[in-house]
Design a protein around this ligand. Structure first.
Ligand SMILES: *[C@@H]1O[C@H](CO)[C@@H](O)[C@H](O)[C@H]1NC(C)=O
Ligand SMILES: *[C@@H]1O[C@H](CO)[C@@H](O)[C@H](O)[C@H]1NC(C)=O
Ligand SMILES: *[C@@H]1O[C@H](CO)[C@@H](O)[C@H](O)[C@H]1NC(C)=O
Ligand SMILES: *[C@@H]1O[C@H](CO)[C@@H](O)[C@H](O)[C@H]1NC(C)=O
Ligand SMILES: *[C@@H]1O[C@H](CO)[C@@H](O)[C@H](O)[C@H]1NC(C)=O
Ligand SMILES: *[C@@H]1O[C@H](CO)[C@@H](O)[C@H](O)[C@H]1NC(C)=O
Length: 233
């Protein structure tokens, strides 16, 4: 009987360890979060404090913002300005198809802000230092004609170099433009973050899939620990 209690004790210990590992994995995936969504929240807070309307967080528009700065990722200057001007046609010929934005739903872009920094900035700092670099960009954020917003973030090279931010604004009827194909899923992005997607992401080149895979490995380890213990019963 005493032996049995001992076994149950160690079994519970394994369960506890397993839950700790799972909790750690969940917390680490939560930490990665999606900073593009955080930036949309900050933009909206800043607008509502000026009694301006809330902007819809549009994943289609945000994915296009991500493509835009991916094309500009080599163009962050020493003094943190993005010297880059992708051709107008790229929006419909490259960016939208890369995202799976249904072309007939391509709407009117009413504002664009790009910024870059040599080091990573948390969302509030990214807002005030990378996006608001002059009164001009603040007035773009406060423009009354916008209805939707999308934010993309990427790193110059997947594991090092400058960080680039892009916010795109559009002025169409809400939810009817920049529609992603495949019932809103669009084409999976391998790097960077974009808002509205509900997918967590990381900016060091590791995306949500990496976090998911790590979680799976921990779950398997946990499963085998439990199995090897329970087979003693
Ligand atoms: C720094 O920024 C200014 C514009 O603000 C630009 O004219 C200049 O070329 C930039 N310098 C470098 C080294 O990129
Ligand atoms: C990025 O910078 C390079 C070198 O200045 C320039 O040739 C290129 O056109 C820029 N890219 C874009 C998309 O503007
Ligand atoms: C707001 O954006 C629209 C579309 O880009 C532009 O025509 C208008 O001049 C802007 N208004 C202000 C106050 O900047
Ligand atoms: C909005 O953003 C501007 C620029 O960063 C800042 O000066 C202002 O205090 C912000 N407003 C609020 C209510 O956070
Ligand atoms: C920016 O706007 C603020 C407040 O509206 C004003 O005090 C400041 O002089 C402006 N700066 C520039 C460079 O125009
Ligand atoms: C647009 O979609 C968002 C998210 O799905 C929703 O919260 C919002 O109410 C919609 N807006 C309109 C005008 O349909």
């Amino acid at each position: 009987m005493l032996k049995m209690v001992n076994k149950i004790g160690s079994f519970q210990w394994v369960i506890t360890l397993g839950f700790l590992l799972l909790a750690a994995a969940v917390v680490s995936s939560k930490n990665h979060g999606n900073q593009a969504n955080d930036l949309v929240d900050i933009i909206n807070k800043n607008r509502t404090s000026k009694r301006l309307s809330l902007l819809n967080n549009s994943p289609g528009l945000a994915c296009i913002a991500l493509q835009y700065i991916k094309e500009c990722r080599g163009n962050c200057s020493e003094n943190n300005t993005v010297n880059c001007k992708p051709p107008e046609n790229d929006f419909t010929e490259i960016f939208a198809p890369n995202c799976g934005v249904e072309l007939p739903t391509f709407g009117t872009i009413s504002g664009l802000i790009v910024g870059c920094q040599q080091k990573h900035l948390d969302p509030p700092e990214a807002f005030s230092r990378a996006l608001i670099h002059s009164n001009k960009t603040l007035s773009i954020i406060h423009n009354k004609t916008h209805t939707e917003v999308g934010v993309g973030i990427v790193r110059a090279k997947s594991h090092k170099g400058a960080y680039l931010w892009c916010a795109l604004f559009s002025s169409n009827k809400r939810n009817s433009t920049f529609v992603l194909e495949d019932l809103g899923k669009g084409i999976e992005q391998k790097e960077g973050c974009y808002s509205g997607s509900g997918v967590s992401c990381s900016l060091g080149g590791r995306n949500a899939n990496f976090v998911f895979a790590t979680n799976c490995v921990w779950t398997l380890v946990f499963y085998y620990l439990v199995r090897s213990r329970t087979s003693f019963f």
